[in-house]
Design a binder for this molecule. Structure first.
Ligand SMILES: [Fe+2]
Length: 453
């Protein structure tokens, strides 16, 4: 334990004897400014970290023995139950062993080539370390209720979360009104989302405020299910079946329709979704927010079927996980102009890679969903990709592109005032009134909804 009796916190621990694994892990942590420590074996891991809280564990099995690999995973999970365990299996291990490793406690299992050549490592590490907390609103708390989870404040100076409401606390009006007046976001540990959902469902009333709280807690639940969806969709360690593919599709459709029902009841989307923070991973983790935006605008503008655009939105950028770490780095720095032609080609293949992730899992996406994903970067002025004549660009695909742009414009920058949704939306319509990026029909349809926002 550290001096103040708080367990020591480390972002990432790598268990591997291989120096090339260490180099790869270090380049990932440099990208996000995470802390990392390395140990050679699982025994070293237990000895060193029994009193440590670790967010993300990379465990390289480096063995041909299935039982040995399973044992390593079980031990790591037992000693770091809160941590996300990413297991990297080498070529020596038979493919039949992989599902067993997944079942023995690994949160995700990837193959050695994926570890080095794709940015799955970056995505799962970012999710475990940076998205460990989710934003909630002071208005969700009710006087005299009792909490069974901690609530935190974010301290921007040292980037730490400080508990402000403790588990078991009975909430007094004085404290609540002080929190509401401050207007700042509060935070919740991601693992407590289901407890928070239960709290809000039990305590919120039928007022408009109560509905917003319930819708927001539902959105957080959906964003948690989305992580599961990504893990399942990008899994390459077992043989998928059509039956399984159908189940996954049903989960996606359920995600979309639950959220849609909530949005229809509440009639606003901006108070439901969280904002992109400067320096975040990129676009993949924003899919639930963008799906909510796309569904909301589809409902209001009658562009496409809301269920289709939401499904397309959830899947459209998953292919980014197949891109190389080098491309991701450029993507995060928005260096599209300095990419070589090969790098550009790789980046531009991501919508097709998203579709192929779904096809590999035997998911039969409706044609309109596949087409909206494939064209999700097509622009009216042919500066996007693929380059098509305007007649061929779908309204649905333009909605995906627009929601990505809107979400980026809503990003919160430290020290600057939070952008106002209606203003950002209207400014974007104004910016695109010469119809370079989007078609006339698309912008005209969106203009009609401006008054309802
Ligand atoms: Fe994309």
């Amino acid at each position: 334990m550290s001096e103040n009796n708080q367990p020591q916190l480390i972002d990432v621990v790598l268990v591997s004897k291989d120096t090339s694994f260490c180099a790869r892990a270090k380049s990932m942590v440099n990208e996000f400014h995470f802390t990392i420590e390395e140990v050679a074996t699982v025994d070293d891991f237990i000895e060193k970290y029994s009193d440590t809280q670790i967010n993300f564990i990379i465990l390289s099995t480096e063995t041909a023995n299935k039982d040995e690999a399973i044992g390593m995973v079980q031990v790591a999970k037992q000693f770091a139950p809160q941590g996300f365990v990413l297991v990297v299996v080498g070529k020596k291990l038979e493919a039949s062993a992989l599902p067993w490793i997944r079942k023995s406690g690994a949160d995700v299992v990837i193959q050695e080539n994926e570890y080095f050549e794709s940015c799955k490592l970056e995505y799962f590490a970012f999710h475990s370390v940076r998205l460990d907390y989710v934003a909630i609103k002071p208005g969700d708390f009710i006087e005299n209720s009792q909490l069974d989870f901690n609530v935190y404040h974010f301290m921007p100076q040292n980037k730490k979360y400080l508990p402000v409401l403790h588990k078991g606390l009975k909430l007094e009006e004085k404290k609540l009104s002080k929190m509401r007046d401050s207007g700042t976001d509060l935070y919740l540990k991601r693992k407590d989302i289901s407890k928070y959902f239960k709290y809000v469902s039990t305590h919120s009333d039928q007022s408009a405020k109560g509905l917003v709280s319930r819708c927001r807690s539902q959105f957080l639940t959906l964003s948690q299910s989305y992580l599961e969806l990504i893990i399942t969709l990008t899994e390459q360690t077992d043989k998928p079946s059509y039956e399984e593919g159908k189940k996954i599709l049903e989960v996606c459709q359920q995600l979309a329709s639950d959220l849609l029902n909530s949005l229809m009841t509440v009639g606003q989307v901006q108070n439901i979704i969280g904002s992109l923070q400067e320096g975040d991973f990129g676009s993949v983790e924003r899919a639930p927010e963008r799906a909510a935006l796309a569904g909301f605008f589809s409902l209001l503008s009658e562009i496409g079927r809301p269920e289709d655009v939401m499904l397309a939105s959830l899947i459209a950028d998953i292919g980014i996980l197949k891109l190389s770490p080098v491309i991701l780095k450029q993507l995060r720095q928005k260096k599209f102009d300095t990419m070589t032609s090969t790098e550009k080609e790789e980046y531009q293949s991501h919508p097709q890679k998203s579709i192929s992730y779904a096809l590999n899992r035997k998911i039969q996406l409706p044609n309109i969903v596949k087409d909206a994903i494939a064209l999700s970067h097509a622009e009216n002025n042919q500066k996007g990709f693929p380059q098509l004549v305007p007649d061929k660009i779908l309204l649905e695909s333009q909605l995906l592109l627009f929601c990505e742009e809107l979400d980026n414009e809503m990003a919160v920058t430290m020290g600057k005032p939070r952008p106002i949704f209606k203003d950002v939306f209207n400014k974007l319509l104004e910016k695109h009134s010469s119809f370079e990026k989007y078609t006339v029909k698309f912008i005209t349809s969106l203009k009609k909804v401006s008054a309802s926002i």
